[in-house]
Design a protein around this ligand. Sequence first.
Ligand code: C2E
Ligand code: MG
Ligand code: MG
Ligand code: MG
Length: 279
Amino acid sequence: EAKAVQGSSFRFFDAALAADMQARADVERDLARAVAAGEFFLEYQPIVGVESRSVRAFEALIRWRHPVKGVINPEVFIPAAEKTGLILPLGDWVMREACREAARWPAPAGVAVNVVGDQFKDCAFVDHVKACLAETGLAPGRLTIEVKESVLSADRAAIRETLGKLRAHGVRVALDDFGVGFSSIDNLRAFPIDQLKIDRSFARAMMENKREAEIVDIILKLGQTFQVTTTVEGIESEGQLDFIRQRGASEAQGYLISGPVAAADVIALLARPEIRLSA
Ligand code: C2E
Ligand code: MG
Ligand code: MG
Ligand code: MG
């Protein structure tokens, strides 16, 4: 009796695992097709000055317009793109497309582009970024590269060199989702960083929990010590915005100001009276 149950649960496990592997293989094949077919588009979310509430930059966020499944969010397909190496052609496309759009925006509005470790390790990356800037005419100072802190854990010398080259060219560098995962003060010492983006989980937690609020305080002080821009992600309420203003954060990003918008709506968003472009 017990043996039969165990046997069937093993069969169930095998079947579930096989189905899972099949699903993953399907996603990967589908993704390769989609990259070739160009089924991706970017949305842009404003990042505003906490004091002025005026737009400093827009973060480019990728979406996949799937012919059958509809619009798919990056958290679903970026891991598969990394695993298959498709992140390289996809990431090149994002960089060129984001620079092309941003070059049409009134200066000094900048654009922030998310980049993963595999792109970074490719020595062609810096050349590609320079080519995108040159082709589109976007001033390098208007481009920010966002990397998650976990990227900095391996190949530190090579990554420092890549970041150094980008910065020497005038491109800004932001640490994304700061405060979760592999946070280390040493990263701020060891790498040339312009901006800390404090993970959106803190925006909620800091309002509910004194200890989390103190951690946000510490991160903001850390940012001031290293003289970097501090941006809090996931700001959804006036209360949260007040909270970070009182604690000296430089920038805010979140649904309170605006969710991500279509490329065609960026200029209109800049014209909204409560959202202005920084002088
Ligand atoms: P991220 O870089 O931290 O981007 C911010 C994410 O937070 C976006 O999710 C954005 O829509 C969401 N968000 C913005 N404001 C709020 C808010 O007030 N509340 C909440 N709950 N969420 C907010 P999205 O667009 O789904 O992107 C998810 C992640 O996918 C990004 O996180 C980024 O890590 C990655 N990603 C997006 N585009 C790209 C890309 O072009 N390349 C790479 N490598 N990764 C990308
Ligand atoms: Mg980001
Ligand atoms: Mg983030
Ligand atoms: Mg994130």
